[in-house]
Write a protein that binds this ligand. Structure first.
Ligand SMILES: NC(=O)c1ccc[n+]([C@@H]2O[C@H](COP(=O)([O-])OP(=O)(O)OC[C@H]3O[C@@H](n4cnc5c(N)ncnc54)[C@H](OP(=O)(O)O)[C@@H]3O)[C@@H](O)[C@H]2O)c1
Length: 174
């Protein structure tokens, strides 16, 4: 059984909620994994999805101090508050999964070390090319290789180009 504290209910958080609690996508078939509490900046805000009111909170301590919650999923997109929440969650021996690029690019080593000290996992696949499972491939499948450098095109740039190509009904072959 896993209980999740979700930080953020925006574009990404709403999708996470629908997949886990509303069973969209046929991935979570029973209630062994559920989101128990959701941190937002304004509990009164009108939302595009319907979520039971008692799940929402503006107080991170409700997630931190809930012993049943063993996983904290960070999709707020804020910097200081999310970084603080992530550290506190790891220190409270909760696993952390994050989509936050800035925090991972600045503090990966520190957060991994706090996770190791507390015997929990820090998962950040979603922060690095979310749709491409590259981190797991590097950590697991490619672990016998020594990778010195990775180069690529920045996410925003490719998204912009792909959107423009779609709008213009062109593909890279034309
Ligand atoms: N959108 C994407 O396609 C995408 C793809 C990959 C990764 N990401 C990453 O995923 C994260 C979330 O992105 P998003 O697009 O879902 O963001 P978003 O739509 O702006 O949603 C942010 C959510 O976090 C809450 N929030 C923000 N700051 C908060 C604070 N200080 N305290 C409490 N709650 C706070 C907001 O609460 P309210 O609802 O009350 O305002 C909102 O529910 C970001 O790190 C982003 O870089 C996004």
């Amino acid at each position: 059984m896993a209980r999740i504290g979700l930080l953020g209910l925006g574009t990404v958080g709403s999708g996470v909620y629908e997949i886990i609690n509303e069973k969209k996508g046929n991935f979570f078939e029973d209630d062994s994994t559920l989101i128990k509490k959701i941190l937002v900046s304004d509990v009164t805000k009108k939302r595009s999805i319907e979520v039971p009111k008692d799940l929402l909170t503006e107080d991170f301590d409700e997630i931190l101090n809930d012993e049943e919650i063993d996983i904290v999923c960070c999709v707020m997109g804020s910097y200081e508050r999310e970084y603080d929440c992530m550290k506190k969650a790891l220190m409270a021996k909760k696993h952390v999964a994050t989509a936050n690029k800035e925090i991972i690019s600045r503090h990966l080593e520190e957060l991994l070390s706090i996770a190791n000290e507390n015997g929990v996992n820090l998962l950040f696949e979603a922060s690095v090319g979310g749709g491409i499972p590259i981190i797991e491939s590097i950590v697991e499948t490619l672990k016998i290789n020594k990778i010195n450098k990775i180069q690529g095109i920045l996410n925003g740039t490719t998204n912009y180009i792909v959107s423009k190509m779609t709008k213009m009904k062109k593909t890279s072959r034309h």
